[in-house]
Ligand binder design. Structure first.
Ligand code: GDP
Ligand code: IMO
Ligand code: MG
Length: 430
């Protein structure tokens, strides 16, 4: 059996979509275990760019099965739209190729509304969510008020489930100045969507367990990033799910002893979209240059991403939280043309070196990065296909990141396309 968990090691948008697409070549299954359509994973194949929000990034490989675990929150309309868009481009996904947990919590219209209204109320202190209703849906799941996929398969069942939660929903909506939903209309609409989902519904944990027992390779695709984890991220400027590797087990329904490897996707510099502390942020020409050259605009919301130097102190925190055994270093091509490049190796607070990553935003806001400087490189490296072809200073930068984190690179990515990669070692266990 081979189970590999792949997570974002920073604040999301590390290039997970590309890496999953590369690893999917050798996978039998690619599965999502948390998050929802707040994710935006970009895949570039033969120059054609696609962004997936909910479907696992293995979906373009016709021999790979995909699954969405019960740890995800699912907007059925988004899922059906993505399937439709794929079908229009000639990729038909039969139900047996996409299994969806029948226990997955469903994002309902008021989740999106609550998300947006709460953000508006927070004003300048807003989280900067994607507005997709992710947080409110997870709140309902944890609060034992979720409507789950299997509730959508029968109108009487759905109405009973809606009646149970109606008093809570109505109370909350009223506090935000929103009228009570028409439950009958809601039920009709979601039962119709449920009929379309029905052929996909399954016990995803059981299917993955069977696949592993049969010796198949399963890639677990994280969304967002470690520093957005609801418990270990830069709280409260986080998403509402467990983005760390541990979340894969609970988000799918398999045990930790089934996992072989955990790999982290790392962008060669740092970005963040939305509010919250970002110690190595560059509000200058270099930050703007990284944004322009790296096309750092959100795949889900189109917002400009904040850019900064690579934060290895935060990366070591991510390595510990996830138990990383390998790294994928992406977008190093974007750093070409800089005279000098910096790596943050630690923080001080009030002049005192910090021992552990201060993840709470109140503490992190006070952190001052400690940098070490390296020579940059001027060459366009997107054509490089082996490590020795990289400029000596690029190699030194990569080796320094490996030395500081104690984690080796499986792959260096030098461009968005599947093939713009330097493979250093196998990710799948032999
Ligand atoms: P994800 O959410 O982690 O999947 O990342 P996104 O897709 O939101 O953002 C990553 C962006 O970088 C996408 O536009 C990718 O096509 C692009 N990308 C990924 N790897 C590389 C790379 O090595 N070099 C360059 N220039 N772009 C890359
Ligand atoms: P991928 O999978 C980057 C951020 C939002 C916001 C915070 C909470 O593409 O890497 P939410 O809508 O989840 O309640 O927003 O999390 N965020 C992401 N940032 N990449 C993502 O996904 C993100 N998904 C959510 O910007 O700061
Ligand atoms: Mg993204």
């Amino acid at each position: 059996m081979s189970a590999v968990i792949l997570v974002g090691a920073q604040w999301g948008d590390e290039g997970k979509g590309k890496i999953v697409d590369v690893l999917a070549r050798d996978a039998h299954w690619v599965v999502r275990f948390q998050g929802g359509n707040n994710a935006g994973h970009t895949l570039v194949v033969n120059g054609q760019r696609r962004v997936l929000h909910l479907l696992p990034s293995g979906i373009l490989h016709s021999n790979v099965k995909c699954a969405i675990g019960p740890g995800v929150v699912l907007d059925p309309e988004v899922l059906l739209q993505e399937l439709k868009a794929l079908a229009e481009s000639g990729i038909h996904v039969p139900p047996e190729r996409l299994r969806v947990s029948d226990a997955v919590p469903i994002i309902l219209p008021w989740h999106r509304e609550i998300d947006r209204l709460r953000e508006a109320r927070l004003g300048a202190g807003k989280i900067g969510t994607t507005g997709k209703g992710i947080g409110p849906c997870y709140e309902d799941a944890t609060g034992r008020r979720a409507i789950v996929a299997r509730d959508l398969t029968d109108k009487a069942r759905l109405l009973t489930a809606l009646q149970r939660i109606a008093p809570d929903v109505t109370l909350l909506l009223a506090s935000l100045g929103v009228a009570e939903p028409d439950w009958e209309t809601v039920a009709d609409h979601y039962v119709a969507l449920g009929q379309k989902l029905l052929p996909h519904l399954d016990d995803v944990g059981a299917r993955i367990d069977e696949a592993l027992t049969a010796g198949e390779k399963v890639l677990m695709e994280g969304a967002q990033g470690t520093l957005l984890d609801v418990r270990h991220g830069t709280y409260p400027f986080v998403t509402s799910s467990a983005t760390v590797a541990g979340g894969a087990c609970t988000g799918l329904g398999i045990g930790p002893t089934r996992i072989d490897r955990v790999v982290g996707v790392v962008k060669a510099y740092a970005t963040r979209v939305g509010s919250g502390p970002f110690p190595t942020e560059l509000n200058d020409d270099i930050g703007q240059r990284l944004r322009d050259v790296g096309h750092e605009y959100g795949s889900t919301t189109g917002r400009p991403r904040r850019c900064g130097w690579l934060d290895v102190f935060a990366l070591k925190h991510a390595a510990r939280l996830n138990g990383l055994s390998g790294m994928f270093l992406n977008k190093i091509d974007v750093m070409s043309g800089l005279e000098r490049v910096a790596i943050c190796t630690g923080y001080t607070i009030d002049g005192v070196p910090v021992r552990d990553f201060p993840s709470h935003s109140v503490d992190l806001e006070r952190a001052v990065p400690v940098y070490e400087w390296h020579d940059g490189w001027q060459e366009n490296i997107s054509g490089c296909r082996n490590f020795d072809a990289l400029p000596v200073t690029t190699r030194a930068y990569i080796r320094r990141i490996e030395a500081l984190t104690g984690i080796g690179c499986d792959l260096i990515s030098v461009g968005p396309d599947r093939d713009e990669s330097i493979v250093l070692r196998a990710t799948w266990p032999a």
